[in-house]
Write a protein that binds this ligand. Structure first.
Ligand code: PLP
Length: 420
């Protein structure tokens, strides 16, 4: 019997051809055409990342007794992030598969801390600004914790007073972002952490986007608001490596102020017939690829490489932001604190999502978001090479979209993530 979707085996050559054919309509992110989802610091970095990944792709980091190489590499990666985040000597962390897993575990850790304290586990909630990442909603949904979203202030940063008002006996965690994704600004971390401390709560800083960039912007001499463990009261921080660390997908780090707090994210059981099962995160079996890729790229770039790619991404982000700010049909929602920015239409004749469609036809991929309806740019090191042509295409696409909107009287929409 043969199964219709599989059929007889094919040769490696045929498989390779088919794989390449399937990616024909994918966004050309290696050429800087994606302002979201994929990051590139150039072909040499990519080659290092992919070589390391494929060497360890089928190794399993579930049990590093069998693969001490992975333990060594993950340990060095985590130590680097502990350094970036100015963790005290008590600090400890684990690699995760990325931002979503880190945020899930930050919520889980806050709940487990409550359990350790022998306090009630019903009616729990977390308090977070409306700007904090959607993965925190996923965490609340998975762990049956209520999400208390608090409207951001006029400058898109967390509103401290409103967060304070939302705290009650069921609150286990306050969240700040550095920067938040939608408008790219940093929340008042010092104040939020002080509020958490005053209420004996965990305070998680989501630096999935900013952890690398803010570290090196400070090294480059920019004035960066404090966002890391130098702030009293911050209990955990997430930093993604598969974003501005320029490593392969599947690599993030969640660091905690102490080992005791880190223990709140782990899981151990003997309640089955297979012996002791322990894991640091949500996955069981996990590929060694992302770990090796992260280790290799971080050592390949080093501090000087990260300074260079951070300076490049920042300069490009500021140049694009300034062009948008000066364009009469666009509204820059906030001056970027790092390398993320978003803009809305400032012109009744311009549908912002139709503009995204128009840019897509020209090969550019931007995230669509809201409220308010806006487009988002995650500017990274590759964009330096395409900035001029992007700005020209943006201006042309705006004029064209205005005239199309007039003719057809239609609107478009879109989403940040997809289900199928
Ligand atoms: C601020 C922030 N946190 C968390 C995440 C989730 O990260 P991931 O998509 O790697 O799971 C993102 C993703 O863009 C983000 O921007």
């Amino acid at each position: 019997m043969t199964f219709p979707h599989l059929g007889p085996g094919r040769s490696q050559g045929v498989i390779e051809e088919e794989l390449e054919a399937m990616r024909a309509n994918d966004v050309a992110w290696r050429d800087g055409r994606a302002f979201t989802l994929a990051y590139s610091a150039g072909p040499d970095v990519l080659a290092v990342a992919q070589d390391a990944y494929q060497r360890f792709a089928n190794e399993n980091a579930l049990n590093t007794d069998a693969f001490p190489s992975l333990r060594l590499m993950a340990g060095e990666v985590v130590n680097t992030v502990l350094g970036w985040t100015h963790a005290p000597a008590t600090g400890a962390g684990f690699m995760t598969s990325g931002g979503t897993e880190s945020l899930l575990l930050a919520v889980r850790a806050a709940r487990e801390r409550r359990r350790r304290q022998n306090r009630p586990l019903s009616g729990l909630n977390i308090v977070l600004p409306t700007s904090a990442h959607a993965a925190l909603e996923k965490a609340c949904s998975y762990f049956d914790v209520a999400s208390r979203r608090v409207a951001v202030a006029a400058d898109w940063r967390a509103n401290l007073g409103a967060m304070q008002d939302a705290i009650d006996d069921g609150t286990i965690l306050l969240v700040a972002s550095a920067p938040q994704y939608p408008q790219g600004v940093i929340d008042p971390v010092t104040e939020i952490a002080a509020l958490a401390m005053a209420n004996d709560l965990n305070c998680h800083v989501d630096a999935c986007m900013g952890g690398v960039t803010l570290t090196y912007l400070e090294q480059l001499g920019e004035a960066v608001a404090l966002w890391d463990f130098r702030v009293d009261g911050v209990t955990s921080i997430s930093v993604d490596l598969h974003k501005y660390g320029y490593t392969s997908k599947g690599a993030g780090v969640l660091v905690h102020r102490t080992k005791e707090l880190r223990a709140d994210q782990t899981f151990v059981t003997q309640n089955w017939l297979g012996g002791t099962y322990g894991s640091s995160g949500i996955l069981g079996t996990k590929s060694g690829g992302p770990i090796a890729s992260a280790w290799a790229v971080m050592h390949y770039l080093g501090d000087d490489g990260y300074k260079r790619v951070t300076a490049s991404a920042r300069a490009t982000a500021l140049a694009i932001a300034s062009h948008i700010d000066e364009h009469s049909s666009l509204l820059l929602l906030a001056q970027p604190d790092a390398t993320l920015l978003s803009f809305a239409s400032n012109d009744d004749r311009l549908d912002i999502f139709m503009l995204a469609d128009n840019l897509r036809r020209r090969g550019w991929y931007l995230d669509r978001q809201g409220p308010p309806p806006a487009l988002h740019l995650t500017v990274n090191a590759i964009h330096d090479k395409v900035m001029t042509i992007f700005i020209e295409d943006l201006d042309r696409a705006i004029d064209e979209t205005i005239s199309d909107c007039r003719k057809n009287n239609t609107t478009a929409s879109g989403s940040y993530g997809t289900i199928e």
